[in-house]
Write a protein that binds this ligand. Structure first.
Ligand code: EMZ
Length: 385
């Protein structure tokens, strides 16, 4: 098996039962594994809600480390729709030419720097700075601010030996509080100021609501984007012919991005809380217990994807659920897609091949399932074209 491969640990259970089981912080979870069921349950917000206690739909649950409701992520219709509509246009800005030009400049600079070095540790020296710098565009704030975020490391709620680190969460919370204070004093064109000035159902967004959107923006697109970028580098290291293919057929870049995201599934699953006794695949789900929508498993469902464990860069039909499904589909997806598209273009243009020197896999454990989601560390050498 190639080093960059991401195996599917759910296959057998998905075929045999359709659901897996796990327990996390004394709170059992029924994992929904089939593509059809994942999409169906994502739709049924009356039965499987997002608006439970803040932090509970995240796995591992963050109820012990935060109270602020992330918006619009931890809301259900119809409230969800009102907030979503409010922020949607802002999060579509990555479609603008000027945004794309700046992003391309940033990614060119990171790749140039990587090419100039003997060795690069991709997670901390490539993907993390790339993600943080790109986030300055999404927030529309000065580039220099990225240095602070880089110093936080790859996850804002987790540290190396603590999967739920309250002191780390507080660093983000205090930081956002200070930024909101500044935006109140000196309003600008940044996301904080825009939110503080927005109205919903006749009232100005309050501080807690602004925080809710900002925390989601920082947390939701961090380890996910870092994993997607890192896994892409590993993939191209193992598959120089794929880089060649994109070089020769740049038109497939969009499809290639979708396929890599399907295969990587940077976020393994997301929870929901049952509002009533119900069932999934004839498996009982009790009121107030959790299910998980397992995007990673649904993406390998052979009844939907031919050769699901292969990366087929120009895959024609690709209804993957890596960005979730239904009304809660990822708000940051436009930004994430643009990052990956630009990365692929720049790599194809400037990089001949990538040597894998050393890797340490990041393996998640969910009950009996062990899933590789990315790397703790991966050292490579980039060879210029
Ligand atoms: C939450 C979540 C959102 C959570 C789409 O995912 O991402 C996780 O990484 C965070 O820990 O708080 O934002």
């Amino acid at each position: 098996m190639k080093k960059s491969a991401i195996p599917d640990p759910f296959e057998q259970t998905r075929l045999e039962k359709g659901v897996g089981e796990m327990n996390e912080q004394n709170d059992p979870i029924v994992m929904v594994l089939r593509h059809k069921d994942v999409r169906r349950c994502a739709h049924k917000w009356q039965t499987f809600q997002s608006g439970a206690q803040p932090g509970r739909i995240v796995i591992p649950s963050e109820v012990a480390i935060r109270d602020t409701r992330q918006i619009p992520f931890e809301l259900d219709p119809p409230q969800h729709g009102a907030y979503r509509t409010l922020v949607e246009a802002w999060f579509k800005r990555p479609l603008q030419e000027a945004y794309q030009a700046q992003l391309s400049q940033q990614i060119n600079a990171i790749v140039d720097e990587a090419l100039s070095r003997d060795q690069v540790e991709v997670v901390s020296e490539f993907s993390l700075p790339l993600q943080s710098r790109a986030l300055t565009l999404l927030l529309n704030i000065p580039y220099s601010e990225a240095a602070t975020w880089i110093s936080w490391g790859t996850h804002v709620f987790r540290s190396e030996d603590d999967p739920l680190d309250k002191s780390k969460a507080n660093i983000l919370y205090d930081y956002i509080d200070r930024q909101i204070d500044q935006a109140i004093k000196n309003p600008g064109e940044d996301l904080y100021s825009v939110l503080l000035n927005s109205e919903i159902e006749g009232h100005k967004l309050n501080r807690e609501e602004v925080k809710g959107v900002m925390i989601l923006t920082f947390a939701g697109g961090r380890d996910t984007v870092i994993n997607a970028v890192t896994n892409s580098i590993a993939y191209f290291a193992d598959h120089p012919e794929s880089l060649e293919l994109i070089r020769k057929q740049p038109d497939i870049t969009g499809k290639a991005v979708e396929e890599l995201i399907r295969y990587f599934a940077p976020l393994t699953h997301m929870g929901r809380v049952a509002t009533q006794d119900t069932q999934v695949c004839e498996h009982a789900v009790k009121a107030d217990s959790r299910i998980s929508l397992c995007w990673a498993s649904a993406n390998r469902d052979a009844s939907v994807f031919e050769n699901p464990n292969e990366v087929i860069l120009d895959r024609k039909i690709n209804p993957h659920v890596s960005f979730g499904f239904s009304h809660h589909n990822c708000l940051g997806a436009t930004h994430a897609r643009q990052i990956l598209k630009t990365l692929l273009q720049v790599l194809a243009q400037k990089v001949q091949s990538i040597d894998l020197l050393a890797t340490e896999d990041n393996i998640e454990e969910w009950g009996n399932f062990k899933r590789k989601v990315g790397y703790h560390q991966i050292n490579v050498h980039f060879n210029a074209k």
